[in-house]
Design a protein around this ligand. Structure first.
Ligand code: ADP
Ligand code: MG
Ligand code: MG
Length: 251
């Protein structure tokens, strides 16, 4: 379970998250929708441990552990996974090498033995087949020259291999055509499990046709301003966010 409590965050002296509260239960897929610039990415980066932000007050618990007291790699070892809006490109490092390093770093943090190469290859093959990722792509440098859809698939492959207890997808639909969107959504759907939660952040309703959320939250001015079921996403698609944005924020 993920619990965000009274989170106040600023960057460069400007308040971005404003007494933010959110709970996502085990097995739940929660969506956050909201206008651009409202702090959705800030929320995911603060949970994942990026340093640019000042956390003034608040706590983020993952299964009872306060993540804010931990380094980013320890947070990942505790089961947190963030799929980035803009995936990392790593020239000179083959995707397979990167995946193996990521998996073994997590195992080391947990005090587990390194995976043998055959075990690792078996896992990668199983997961990449499911996502329609060809083996020659895994030999290329991570994300370098990959299409938008290929990068997103790679993100989901990382998530499938790391088997997180909580996954955050921040605008993972941006720039995807319908086929890529479907593959990514099916990848996420296949990872849904009773002991795993998801936070799906998106500006548009489209992704939520494929990853059907249990809960939809509207975020504006650094807070959750409304919560509903999946039908709330459809309502927002029609009416937009204007009811939730203050005059000040528009100006
Ligand atoms: P969203 O993901 O909802 O579009 P963001 O979290 O990216 O919103 O941004 C929230 C606000 O924080 C925006 O006004 C943005 O300009 C500001 N912001 C984000 N990153 C920085 C930064 N590194 N320096 C200054 N302002 C930033
Ligand atoms: Mg944005
Ligand atoms: Mg964003």
């Amino acid at each position: 379970m993920l619990e965000v409590k009274n989170l106040n965050v600023s960057i460069g002296g400007r308040k971005i998250l404003n007494d933010f509260n959110l709970t996502v239960q085990d097995g739940e897929v929660a969506a956050i929708m909201g206008p651009n610039g409202t702090g959705k990415s800030t929320l995911s980066y603060v949970i994942a441990g990026r340093k640019d932000y000042t956390v003034e007050t608040g706590e983020v618990f993952l299964n009872g552990v306060n993540l804010l007291e931990l380094e980013p790699d320890v947070r990942a070892a505790k089961g947190l996974f963030l799929a980035f809006q803009y995936p990392l490109e790593i020239p000179g490092v083959a995707t397979l090498t990167f995946l193996k390093a990521a998996l073994n770093a997590q195992r080391k943090q947990r005090g587990e033995e390194e995976l043998s190469t055959p075990d690792f290859m078996k896992r990668v093959k199983q997961a990449s087949d499911k996502l329609g990722i060809k083996s020659d792509m895994l030999k290329r440098a991570l994300n370098v020259g990959f299409s938008g859809g290929e990068k997103k698939r790679m993100d989901i492959l990382q998530m499938a291999l790391l088997e997180p207890s909580f996954g955050i997808l921040d605008e993972t639909d941006s720039g995807l055509d319908i086929d890529a969107l479907r593959v990514v959504a099916e990848g996420v759907n296949s990872l849904r499990a009773p002991n795993r939660g998801f936070l799906v952040i998106t500006h548009y309703q489209r992704l939520l046709d494929y990853i059907v959320p249990d809960t939809v939250h509207v975020m504006a001015q650094g807070q959750i301003v409304r919560t509903g079921g999946k039908e709330l996403a459809l309502e927002l698609e029609k009416s937009g966010y204007r009811d939730y944005v203050t005059e000040q924020a528009v100006a």
